[in-house]
Design a protein around this ligand. Structure first.
Ligand SMILES: NC(=O)c1ccc[n+]([C@@H]2O[C@H](COP(=O)([O-])OP(=O)(O)OC[C@H]3O[C@@H](n4cnc5c(N)ncnc54)[C@H](OP(=O)(O)O)[C@@H]3O)[C@@H](O)[C@H]2O)c1
Length: 257
C-alpha cells in the first residue's frame, strides 16, 4: 500500500484529503497540533478503510516539531509516496497591528514547513523515481493583499512548487500547487474574516477541491485551480496590468488578507 503524509488533516481541506486518500487505499501519516482529533481520525480511517493510520502531534510553527516530521519523511524504511503540505492559516487583521510573533508563525507554517518537508521528501522520491507532492496554496497568491501577508506566503508556495515541478520534469516525481478559492472550512472563522457577503457561486466544497486537485496531479498539471469561476478569476488576474491589480487590492476591505 502507498503511504500519504498529510499536514493539517484535523479539519477542512486536509480532512477531505485524509478521507479520500484512505478510501483510495493509502496508509496515512496525520500531522497536526490537536492530538485528540488526530487519534479519533486515525481510528475512523482504520475502521472504515482498513488502512494504517499513524499520527504525529506537531506544531509546524516550531522548528523542533518540523524536524520530527522531516525525519519521518526521510525514513526510507517507511517511504512516503505522497506528501500533502496542507496546514496553513491566516492571521487576518492589519499588517502593522499584528504581533510580529503571529506573522512569523504564519510564515513558518505557510512557507518554512512547506520548504522543509518538501526538501525532506524529495531525495527519496527522486531515488525511487516516483512520488507526489501537493502544496496547498491559494487563489489569493495570484493577487497582492494589503493585510496580513498571507497572500505573499501563498504566492511563494505557488512559485516554489511550479519551479520544482519544472526542475523535476521527467524524474517520475510530480508536484502540484493547489490554489483554491473560498472553501467552506474553519479557516475564516479562525482568522476572524467575515465572508458572509460572498455569493454562493463562489463557495467551494472541500471534497470538490480535493477531487479536482488529485485529477490535475494525475494529469501531470503543476497548478490546480478548482472551479470555473476561480479559473476565470486566475486568468483575469494574470492578464490585467499590475497597476490595476494593485488598485483593486487596495480597495478590498482593510483587515482581509
Ligand atoms: N478555506 C479556504 O477558503 C482556503 C482557500 C485557499 C487556500 N486555503 C488553504 O488550505 C489549507 C487548509 O486550510 P483549511 O481551509 O482547511 O483550514 P482549517 O479548516 O482551519 O484547517 C487547517 C488545518 O491546519 C492545521 N494547522 C493549523 N496550524 C497548524 C500548525 N501550527 N501546526 C500544525 N498544523 C496546523 C489545523 O490543525 P490543528 O489546529 O489541529 O493543528 C487544521 O487541521 C491552508 O493552507 C489554507 O491556507 C484555504
Amino acid at each position: 500500500m502507498p503511504t500519504a503524509l498529510i499536514t493539517g488533516p484535523t479539519s477542512g481541506i486536509g480532512l477531505s484529503f485524509a478521507r479520500r486518500l484512505a478510501a483510495e487505499g493509502y496508509d496515512v501519516v496525520l500531522v497536526a497540533r490537536t492530538e485528540s482529533k488526530l487519534s479519533s481520525l486515525a481510528a475512523e480511517l482504520g475502521d472504515r478503510y482498513g488502512v494504517e493510520a499513524e499520527t504525529i502531534t506537531a506544531d509546524l510553527a516550531e522548528a523542533a516539531d518540523r524536524d520530527r516530521v522531516a525525519a519521518r519523511l526521510r525514513d526510507e524504511e517507511r517511504p512516503v509516496d505522497l506528501l500533502v503540505n496542507n496546514a496553513g492559516f491566516s492571521t487576518g487583521g492589519h499588517f502593522e497591528r499584528n504581533e510580529f510573533s503571529a506573522l512569523r508563525s504564519q510564515l513558518e507554517v505557510n512557507v518554512t514547513a512547506v520548504l522543509q518537508l518538501t526538501h525532506a521528501a524529495l531525495p527519496g522520491m527522486l531515488a525511487r523515481r516516483g512520488g507526489d507532492v501537493i502544496n496547498v496554496s491559494s487563489i489569493a497568491g495570484f493577487l497582492p493583499g494589503r493585510g496580513s501577508t498571507y497572500t505573499a506566503s501563498k504566492a511563494w508556495v505557488t512559485s516554489f512548487t511550479e519551479g520544482l515541478a519544472a526542475g523535476t520534469r521527467g524524474s517520475g516525481v510530480r508536484l502540484l500547487a493547489l490554489c483554491p478559492g473560498f472553501t467552506r472550512t474553519e479557516f475564516h472563522e479562525r482568522a476572524d474574516i467575515d465572508m458572509s457577503g460572498l455569493p454562493r457561486s463562489f463557495r467551494l466544497d472541500a471534497d470538490f477541491v480535493v477531487h479536482e486537485s488529485l485529477r490535475d496531479l494525475r494529469r501531470g498539471r503543476a497548478v490546480s485551480v478548482p472551479g470555473n469561476q476561480y479559473k476565470a478569476l486566475a486568468s483575469v488576474s494574470r492578464l490585467l496590468p499590475r497597476w490595476l491589480v494593485r488598485r483593486v487590492a487596495g480597495r478590498t476591505a482593510r483587515g482581509r488578507d
